[in-house]
Structures are given as C-alpha cells and as structure tokens.
Design a binder for this molecule. Sequence first.
Ligand code: AR6
Length: 175
Amino acid sequence: MDPRIEIRQGDITHMQVDVIVNAANHTLLGGGGVDGAIHRAAGPRLLASCATLGGCATGEAKITDGYRLPARYVIHTVGPVWHGGRQREDEHLAACYRHSLALAAHHTLTSIAFPAISTGVYRFPLEGATRIALRETNAFLATDSSLQQVIFVCFDARTFEVYRRVAASFSEQLP
Ligand code: AR6
C-alpha cells in the first residue's frame, strides 16, 4: 500500500482535508447517507452550487466549494447501483475513484478523504468495493506526486474492519 493512504473510522464531514468526496446521485441535489450528512454540514449554499452543475453521470466527478465544512472543497461522484455485477459496476466504481483523484490533482489539492462509495443505499458488496477503492488509489498514486494524503473514512466498524483486512492483504502481496 502506498504510505500516503490512511484508513480511519469516523464521520467524513469532520475531516480537515483539502477535499472530501461525496457519494452522490445523478441529480447532485442531495439525498440520504453520506450525501445527506455532507449537505447538512455544508449548509444550503452547497445545494445551490450543485444545482448549477447539470447533474453527473455514473463514474464521473464534479467539484464545488465546501462552504461550512472544514474541507475547502467537495468532489461529488456518482457510484453505480449494484445490480448483481453484470452491468459494469466494477468499472464504474473504479472510474469514481480515478476521476475523483484526477480532479483533486488537477486542482493541486494535497489531501482528500473518501467514503465507501456505493456500499450503502447502492448495495455494492463491501469487500469487492474496498478492493477496487484501494487498487485504483494505489495505481493513481504511483503516477502522481501532488497528493500527499488519501484517507478512507469508514463510518461503521464493519467497513473499518474490511478496509483494514483488504489493505493488509494488499501489503502482503507486495514483493
Ligand atoms: N461519513 C462517512 N461515511 C458515511 C457517513 C458519514 N457521515 N454517512 C454514511 N456513510 P451511502 P451509496 C457511509 O448510502 O451507497 C444517497 O441517498 C455509509 O455507512 O451514503 O453510494 C445518495 O444521494 C456507507 O458505508 O452511499 C445516493 O442516492 C457509505 O457511506 C445514494 O445514497 C456509502 O453509503 C448513494 O448510495
């Protein structure tokens, strides 16, 4: 694992980083889960800003200010809804991580925090989603020197445990 990657348990809305990532939906107009928590913490100007973006396709990412959040910016990405794995869900989830990281690097941001995209309401199996998140982030960091810190923020104990286990298995695979 790249040493710039950290796994923590907590609430992403409290993270003091340059940018936090939101697991949004196509409308970008808010919802439940982490999306609802981010909008509540950022305040109404976030919704007004999102309303100007024209929505977002699955696997894509768009950036706004963070308003009342400790984070300066929010990257909104739309994960795939799990339909059993035959609708390119893996590919779409990988694209969420790649596009979010690329957008952060493009804006010369140095620290970013991710939630476990698609693993809540969108029902993507947690273990597979975790492997994709860590694989894509490791691969991206191998080509990028602007990002200094990538934090995976696990809201619940089960997610935290799975992230730690998958990260440990990645590290064992290294030469
Ligand atoms: N900080 C960190 N992680 C959180 C927080 C938080 N404050 N709150 C929840 N999580 P979900 P999805 C975790 O359902 O599956 C929304 O309605 C949660 O425990 O938020 O991508 C959107 O508008 C889980 O581990 O996102 C979309 O319609 C993870 O965040 C839809 O849900 C993702 O769960 C997106 O579904």
